[in-house]
Design a protein around this ligand. Sequence first.
Ligand code: UTP
Length: 289
Amino acid sequence: MKVRKAVIPAAGLGTRMLPATKTVPKEMLPLVDKPVIQYIIEEAVSAGIEDILVVTNRAKSAMDDYFDYYPELEERLGRAGKERELQEVRRAADLANIFYVRQKETKGLGHAIWRAKRFVGDEPFAVLLGDDIMRSDKPVIGQLIDAAEKYAASCVGVQEVSTAAISKYSSVKVEPLGPRTFRVTDMVEKPRPEEIFSHYAILGRYVLRPGIFDILENLKPGYGGEIQLTDGLRELCKQDTMTAVDFEGKRYDTGNLKGFLEATIDFSLDHPETGAWLRDFLKEKASTL
Ligand code: UTP
């Protein structure tokens, strides 16, 4: 079955980016000239997704304002002949059909995804975490959708990480299935060294079959007292086929300071307005360090 819908959980409190994220959602922090969440929505759209649900909370209404029209601003830009700016402002509002639902209590990623049950209905759907940005030739979520459709299965996006890093992620137990593709038989969230299944970590992209909702609904709080998506996925991979794709692309966690700065530098180096200038600036800076 074709994957037509995506869910972006973006209701986390963003405590690693305080104080900036006290009133500005971390998904709305600008990466060069666009907010983080726009890159994520563009990734979904370029993989053929048309309907997107963003899971928000009471402090995040800046997101729905951003993807709306802004007539006064557009009229002012039009009168001033600022065509490029006008197009960019309009383009954001016309990117996709964007829907919103609130997670009324911050009970964890699994709980946030469960809020998408009504929107998703009975079909497979994509999940893109609201603070994980990918840079790749082919959209990362599209790489997962291909595998999910081919094997009629759920799919998680993975990459190999170091022993030191795996304790921050979910480690998956895998068996080879095809090029860069595995079958997932088990997983563990934030493993201690003796619990590691493999160095393949799940990194911010998923395609899930709707059976996940019944599982999440009955899940008890896990690590950190939150409803953990990994606990739900662990159950799902035992009930139904789950694949993992070792995706091609670079992932940035913009939800922490270093990841955010790394993404800012890499995306600025690629941007036509800032790339050449930043290269010179960095060279000059490096010579003084
Ligand atoms: P993170 O753990 O990266 O986000 O959650 P966080 O909770 O905002 O981070 P810190 O630790 O406080 O800085 C992964 C994803 O799950 C969403 C987040 O918005 C992020 O996209 N999330 C997390 C929810 O939507 N709801 C939650 O209750 C928790």
